[in-house]
Write a protein that binds this ligand. Structure first.
Ligand SMILES: Nc1ncnc2c1ncn2[C@@H]1O[C@H](COP(=O)(O)OP(=O)(O)OP(=O)(O)O)[C@@H](O)[C@H]1O
Length: 271
């Protein structure tokens, strides 16, 4: 089943400049979906429609086959958690602990359960030592961990993360990758925007390509990397492993290796 469908959606921040132009695509339930495209392509603008922050101006959005009208748009946040690209847009409380509790409190989760979730997600993110700190005084990476914990604490079944890996150190990236994996194992739908094509290769099942406010299609990663026309039009680059392997693979011996583990196996077999 599709969790979201966009039908001919257009959107502009001002009347004279369309940002999303007649966009149609679907996002499947329980899948790991990446939305990719160059800076300014319109990815964040799409995400803000997915959790009801923005109302459609033209076209229709369907959430689990139900048209998103005024009423459903207001309820979407209970199903769809979103981690913004810039944590400063999201952190509002005076302590980390209050910030993580904010979402579930808004959703009328019982106090005891809220405390249980705060404890659980600070442990998962490894930020127990920050609990009493003021979020505004943390580093970018620490703030990001707090916002992720806050959205996890809402326990929605759709998770959206705008550039989850940006500016994280290698350890932070690993932790983020394992959280995304955990969400997938729990059967959640996870949607991310990213510029990191190696991450797309390693993680994504479906990739939606956006270029100048238009959708160039939905692909599986390997399929996309073998479409130089789409890659070029959307200003995307191959993931480093695919770039490296492309010269020696030359279409021989099965599928093009795009992941690190695949490349290792391929090299051990054929070189
Ligand atoms: N609040 C706003 N007011 C006016 N224009 C905006 C606003 N937010 C975004 N835009 C414009 O909309 C376009 C798409 O922006 P958006 O943030 O959706 O792109 P993006 O694909 O997420 O980019 P990036 O990869 O840089 O995050 C850009 O031209 C941007 O300047």
């Amino acid at each position: 089943m599709d969790v979201f469908q966009f039908h001919n959606v257009s959107y502009g921040y001002t009347k004279d400049k369309p940002i999303l132009r007649d966009i149609s695509f679907s996002i499947r339930e329980g899948r790991k979906t990446a939305i990719v495209g160059a800076n300014g392509a319109g990815k964040s603008t799409i995400l803000f429609h997915l959790n009801g922050l923005y109302a459609t101006q033209q076209g229709d959005i369907f959430f689990r086959n139900q048209k998103v009208d005024k009423k459903l748009r207001k309820e979407l946040y209970q199903h769809v958690g979103i981690v913004f690209q810039d944590p400063d847009d999201q952190l509002i409380s005076l302590t980390v602990s209050e910030d993580i509790a904010f979402g579930p409190v808004q959703m009328d989760v019982a106090a005891e359960e809220v405390q249980g979730r705060v404890d659980k997600y600070i442990k998962l993110l490894g930020i127990e030592h920050l609990l009493a700190d003021n979020p505004s005084e943390l580093s970018y990476g620490q703030k990001k961990h707090v916002t992720v914990a806050g959205v996890l604490a809402m326990e929605t079944d759709v998770f959206i993360l705008d550039e989850p890996m940006a500016f994280l150190d290698p350890f932070g990236k690993e932790r983020m990758a394992s959280i995304l994996q955990l969400l997938q194992e729990q059967g959640k739908t996870v949607i991310v925007t990213t510029h990191d094509m190696q991450f797309v290769a390693e993680w994504a099942e479906d990739v939606i390509v956006i270029h100048q406010g238009q959708c160039l299609g939905s692909f599986q990663p390997r399929e996309l990397f073998q479409r130089p026309d789409i890659m070029k039009e959307a200003n995307l680059t191959l993931p480093p492993i695919a770039e490296l392997m492309n010269d020696i693979w030359k279409g021989n011996h099965g599928e093009m290796p795009i992941r690190i583990e695949e490349a290792k196996k391929w090299l051990a077999t054929y070189m």
